[in-house]
Design a protein. Structure first.
Length: 76
């Protein structure tokens, strides 16, 4: 059995796609038929980026907590 679900883009890929959408929306020839879809996709990408930043924050906090605990446990 194969997993056909698309994988979420990485942070850099999401930012690049957001940049592309922004340029498209700022252009004078915005395709109104696609406008709602593009804004919806931008919203999804923003949420994904926020989740990745939040996850990184948690991981960094855990690493620094572990480092602090290790330093406190070392004999002087």
């Amino acid at each position: 059995m194969t997993d056909d679900a698309p994988t979420a883009p990485g942070y850099q890929d999401a930012l690049a796609e957001l940049d592309e959408i922004l340029r498209e929306l700022e252009g004078s020839d915005v395709d109104v038929d696609r406008l709602a879809d593009r804004v919806e996709r931008a919203s999804e990408l923003i949420a994904l980026c926020r989740d990745k930043i939040s996850s990184a924050r948690v991981r960094i906090r855990q690493v620094t907590t572990d480092l602090d605990a290790g330093a406190a446990a070392e004999p002087s």
